[in-house]
Design a protein around this ligand. Structure first.
Ligand SMILES: [Zn+2]
Ligand SMILES: [Zn+2]
Length: 61
């Protein structure tokens, strides 16, 4: 298995030790739309955040 955040190989956990600690500390989260791990501030990864933002902007227009 490989850590989906940094790509480091892991043995027992889906995340490597370093990223597991970051997750526990709330420094990284899983995107609620695409499931991608990210260190962005919030529930969405940067891609989904941008898309969401654009959609909201077009809806507003
Ligand atoms: Zn990692
Ligand atoms: Zn996403």
């Amino acid at each position: 298995m490989h850590c989906p955040v940094c790509g480091k190989s892991t043995k027992f956990y889906p995340l490597c030790e370093k990223c597991h600690d970051l997750k526990d500390a709330g420094r990284i989260t899983r995107c609620i739309i695409c499931g991608k791990w990210n260190d962005a501030d919030g529930e969405l990864c940067t891609d989904c955040y941008e898309r969401h933002k654009d959609k909201k902007m077009t809806e507003h227009r």
